[in-house]
Design a protein around this ligand. Structure first.
Ligand code: GLV
Ligand code: MN
Ligand code: MN
Ligand code: MN
Length: 428
């Protein structure tokens, strides 16, 4: 007979918090910038090292490891009814420039620790349990966020975008992949996609990246929905020229057009009427970038999000209108206005929410329902599987900066909720 989840008493779940913290620290050492910051960019040397570290941990946990064409990594613990759709959990380990060591990582190493915890308690899964490390959740290198999970969900837009994609050094996606040991061509991309029969549930454990849980002293956030993200690339072109010799009336300054558009983004976001609308110009580049040369080209990348898709789309329309008007008024050319992605929000699955709440209750952990303002691979996994997310508190809500921190106690709590929920869902 197979031990049921009932015999898995929550108190028998013992998380190896010390070991998990050591792994988080070891992974953080694969970074292109010094401690405490972490920088780990897709297909870089450090990313390749971090990937083999994850694969070795999967093998240590006796999972069967599979890697797809773009480097999504899967570690499976076969259930006693291995033919059923599996229950999956995972996140990412890539890190934007000068970020911290918990974003994504907690959901990969924490997932492996959840599996090890279940194994130590002699639990036997009915459905297979699978840990996924997604390729490039962050858009850093090729401007495409959640690259691995978009492809898993069968996004044709992502497949098309990758055909043209180049990084800041003009290296193509395929050349970058090749340098990391992934010898792929365009025809391989659609094969990454998974069917809707692959998973009966997908879960992601993540730091909140916001201040609510810490402020309210709540241990576990149970996500109900993920906000709708969009990103836009804009280029302006002017004549440039000598900073001393070209008089002001004769100029068409591409840099000032960019500055004006950045302020317009803020204005349109604030005018939405909701605190839930946000917009950021995180990249603003001027060419040639010399103090005594009028910018002849400018490049902006704009991130805008909302829990209300329609309201977010209205902001995008207004930004586009402003970009055209600024170009006309300033006599510069709007040489690019590309909406890179304009994704709808995702709802978490009711029965998974119930399972996570039940697990938190069984573990005597305070919990609350909340939305995710950051996006996650779960946004795309929701297209092929019922999805749920578990948040844990993080220091002052800090994320995407070196000061990002989550306590070992909070991480261990998250791992326990994850383990118990995986166990329940695997027996469903
Ligand atoms: C992902 O890191 C995001 O920007 O939400
Ligand atoms: Mn992130
Ligand atoms: Mn993340
Ligand atoms: Mn994220």
């Amino acid at each position: 007979s197979h031990p049921s989840v009932l015999s898995l008493s929550p108190s028998s779940l013992s998380v190896d918090a010390v070991g998990l913290q050591r792994q988080i620290d070891e992974l953080a050492a694969f970074s292109d910038t010094p401690k405490p910051s972490v920088t780990r960019i897709l297909y870089s040397e450090k990313d390749v090292l971090a990937r083999s570290y994850i694969k070795s941990l999967m093998k240590e946990a006796a999972l069967s490891v599979r890697e797809d064409a773009v480097g999504n990594i899967f570690g499976r613990w076969n259930g006693y009814e291995a033919g059923l759709p599996a229950v999956a959990t995972g996140s990412h380990i890539d890190a934007i420039p000068f970020s911290g060591k918990y974003d994504g990582v907690v959901g990969v190493l924490g997932a492996l620790e959840a599996i090890n915890t279940l194994k130590r308690s002699n639990f036997q899964p009915r459905r297979s349990l699978e840990v996924i490390m997604f390729t490039s959740e962050e858009p850093t290198r090729f401007g495409i966020s959640c690259l691995g999970s978009r492809l898993l969900a069968g996004s044709e837009a992502a497949t098309d975008a990758l055909k043209q994609a180049v990084d800041g050094q003009n290296i193509s996606f395929f050349d970058a992949a090749k340098s990391a040991g992934y010898n792929i061509c365009q025809e391989d991309l659609p094969n990454v996609s998974l069917t809707k029969e692959s998973y009966s549930a997908f879960l992601e454990l993540h730091i909140e990246q916001g201040p609510i849980l810490e402020e309210e002293g709540v241990s576990i956030g149970i996500v109900t929905a993920i906000a709708a993200p969009a990103s836009i690339k804009v280029d302006f072109e002017g004549n440039g020229g000598h900073a001393g010799a070209v008089l002001m009336p004769a100029r068409n300054d591409a840099g000032l057009a960019a500055a004006e558009l950045a302020l317009a983004v803020e204005k349109h976001v604030l005018a939405s009427g909701s605190i839930d609308t946000v917009g950021t110009v995180g990249i603003l580049e001027l060419h040639p970038g010399a103090i005594n040369s009028i910018p002849s080209r400018s490049h902006l990348e704009i991130d805008t999000r909302d829990i209300d898709e329609k309201r977010r789309n209205t902001v995008i329309e207004k930004i586009q209108h402003s970009a055209s008007k600024i170009a006309t008024d300033r006599g510069v050319k709007l040489s690019q206005f590309t909406v890179v992605n304009q994704d709808p929000p995702a709802l978490c699955d009711e029965s998974i929410i119930d399972a996570m709440e039940a697990a938190s209750r069984q573990l005597n952990l305070s919990h609350k329902l909340m939305i995710s303002r950051a996006y996650h691979d779960s946004l795309f996994m929701a297209r092929i599987s019922p999805m749920g997310m578990i948040f844990i508190p993080c220091y002052k809500g800090y994320s995407h900066k070196p000061e990002e921190y989550a306590s070992m106690e909070d991480i261990a709590n998250g791992v326990k909720v994850l383990a118990l929920t995986l166990a329940k869902l695997s027996l469903d």
